[in-house]
Design a protein around this ligand. Structure first.
Ligand code: NCD
Ligand code: ZN
Length: 344
């Protein structure tokens, strides 16, 4: 039985670090394991301009523990008023690596997102020209669409039309939760990829709703039925270069999760790699873990894989169940299964 596993250092292609006290509390957990991460721009107010992204990057770098080796890859939040010249300049300088599309109202802090897609047409054209990828939160916000169908409907109503209008645009369908999304990505040319979170490989909607409501399993897009979870596992463990890790680790304090109307998000930064090793081993795919965590993402983003490595050892991990912040604890995602691998 394999006892150690050495991988190129992983990257996280979708991460929420927040700001201020929360940033300082959660950043060390990502920086301990990941070399780089695509940083989500959904702060309040959102990161919309190059100047805001530069200032946010500086706050992240200032919050890093001494000696940490971690590079934040910045993104801009696409609004209907986003200035294509500002975005192109931020891309040309190497500051930003992607632009994030949130349909208005789709998730946490998405009120400034896009409602009228004709207003972002010049921006999307420019991004296709300069090779700047579009990250998409793939859910429609139409209240008439059932929440469990919102990803599949997004593909038909929003993503497919965008890809037909801008065939050169590089697009990432983020945190996919359905077999429909995995199949769509597989059927598309190579300028479409998908990220998959750790938690969506582990939980289905029963975990959230059966036998009592479990707010810490509530995230967006919401976990779907078991057939979809199994489809995501096949995609993640397949080695197919269009699927890679984006944890969507999204910390909220317990006070904000455990409410009559609680926040969406699972905080997986501290135990993601232990969980993924378990998942890949269960599916007899440990030899493909590195592709998912460390190779496919950089290849899609046009970056080299990391030179450094991390080693996982077959030892149950120890990590805190809660992370303290000045505003109260953040609960770490409970994978609801024994874990046998830890980062050494
Ligand atoms: C994210 C957050 O809290 O910022 N929440 C989530 O459930 N994933 C937003 C997002 O990525 O949808
Ligand atoms: Zn997210």
């Amino acid at each position: 039985m394999t006892q150690t596993l050495t991988l190129r250092r992983p990257d996280d292609w979708h991460l929420h670090l927040r700001d201020g006290d929360m940033l300082r509390a959660v950043l060390p957990h990502s920086a301990a394991h990941f070399a780089r991460a695509i940083i989500m721009p959904n702060l309040v107010p959102p990161v919309v301009t190059g100047a805001q992204a530069a200032a946010y990057r500086d706050r992240i770098l200032a919050a890093l523990p001494i000696g940490a080796d971690f590079t934040p890859l910045m993104t801009l939040y696409l609004t209907e008023d986003t200035d294509p010249d500002d975005v192109a300049a931020a891309h040309a300088s190497g500051l930003i690596r992607a632009v994030k599309l949130y349909p208005a109202g789709a998730t946490t802090n998405s009120a400034s997102g896009v409602s009228d897609f004709s207003r972002v047409a010049p921006m999307l054209e420019r991004m296709a020209d300069i090779g700047l990828p579009l990250c998409t939160h793939g859910e429609v916000t139409d209240p008439a669409v059932d929440i469990f169908d919102r990803e599949a409907v997004f593909i038909d109503r929003v993503l497919d039309p965008i890809r037909r209008d801008y065939p050169g645009l590089r697009v990432i369908l983020e945190h996919i939760t359905t077999e429909d999304a995995a199949d769509y990505v597989r059927s598309a040319p190579e300028n479409l990829a998908a990220t998959i979170t750790t938690h969506h490989l582990v939980i289905n909607r029963n975990h959230i709703l059966a036998g009592g409501i479990r707010p810490h399993y509530y995230c967006l897009p919401v976990a779907k039925r078991e057939t979809h979870r199994l489809a995501l596992r096949r995609a993640a463990t397949s080695g197919d270069p269009r699927f890679f890790l984006g944890t969507d680790s999204a910390p909220h304090t317990d006070a904000n999760k455990l409410l009559p109307c609680g926040c969406a998000g699972c905080f997986t930064a501290p135990n993601t790699l232990s969980i993924l090793a378990e998942v890949f081993e269960q599916d007899a795919a440990l030899d493909r873990l590195e592709a998912f965590t460390s190779l496919n993402g950089p290849a899609f983003y046009g970056l080299p894989p990391n030179d450094t490595t991390i080693t996982l050892v077959r030892t149950p991990p120890s990590y805190p169940m809660h992370i303290p912040t000045p505003d109260g604890p953040v609960t770490v995602f409970d994978p609801d299964m024994a874990l046998n691998w830890s980062v050494s």
